[in-house]
Design a protein around this ligand. Sequence first.
Ligand code: ADP
Ligand code: MG
Length: 392
Amino acid sequence: MSYIATILLLGSGELGREFTISAKRLGARVIACDAYDDAPAMQVADAREVFAMLDGAALRAAVEKHRPDLIIPEIEAIRTEVLGELEQEGFAIVPSARAAQLTMNRDAIRDLAAGELGLVTSRYRYAMSLDEVRAAAEFTGFPCVIKPVMSSSGKGQSKVDGAEGLAAAWDYAVANMRGDRARVIVEQFVAFDYEITLLTVRHAGGISFCPPIGHRQERGDYRESWQPAAMSAAALAAAQDMAARVVTALQGEGRGWGLYGVEFFVRGEEVIFSELSPRPHDTGMVTLASQALSEFDLHARAILGLPVPDTIPAQPAASAVILADRDASRFTFEGLGEALALAPGDVEVRLFGKPVTRPYRRMGVALARARDAHSAVDLAKAVTARLCIIYH
Ligand SMILES: Nc1ncnc2c1ncn2[C@@H]1O[C@H](COP(=O)(O)OP(=O)(O)O)[C@@H](O)[C@H]1O
Ligand SMILES: [Mg+2]
């Protein structure tokens, strides 16, 4: 048996799991890696390696053992210098080592987007001490949002309404950052009308966009996402233009092919770039129900150099997350039958197979199709309300 490609997947969560299924359908061999055994993608992959993604020597050892055609960083916390060296040695990093390096830290991608490319962003400044935070907040004004430059899923992030809240926000950011560089971004709080993820596919034939995805965030993680998000043609065109520019700038020495999740805030007709993932986006799980080719299918096609359609239609659909509320290793899901019975042809559930629960850990997602995106959100939430985690 020969494979279309051997893929080393660095990070094996739920997004990696769906990607692995898509890539295997096209004939790839996938080796799933993560810091713990039995991670979601490992359960559906051809082989697994368990090591910490920040351990450069272990990362290199896994690459040398498997000699992959494609190396896919699936999470941000990876020893990205090693990815740069591997790319120099001829290994293909998806979408490129530069993309992994620049999106690992909020300051690097913000410098590129706002500084080099001149995209519209919120007012921001960096700070490495409480005094610098005070000066930065004077520049942005209140309310502002303080985030560690190295963090994800809202960790260490807080909104500050006045000067008296700055010390607590700085301490919180430093206590919850990744890495050893105490540096934060202080950003003006944007009172947006709505926020979107624009899935942008860079492939052999050019750049294609999925219809915009709306989402609602709570505690730094998304709760529901829906597609298509209602948006004016002018605002959508502005977002597409910015997305195309930023993904093109991330190519570096690599091919730059793959799907990116580009995040924007929208206020009136003003479109403000926020950040991006150089890989499928969690809010994009809605595409498992809305699109004939999900974000994972599109990513797999793009990275393998296969055709991607110019226009990607979506029917109205939504996703709603299923969260745990405590630490447990013995648990079951109950109510799946009742949940699916709500609309057997129009609702689906993906359970991720994570071995243990934690407070707020995402254990699965409900997907629903309906006549419009709003009704789809209601239906997806109704599914999650019927499906509960029973802890033993
Ligand atoms: N400057 C801001 N103004 C308003 N809301 C913000 C701002 N920055 C972040 N948020 C909110 O917090 C969410 C998470 O922030 P984000 O920068 O995307 O961090 P993460 O990397 O954790 O996803 C955003 O989707 C948005 O809802
Ligand atoms: Mg985000």
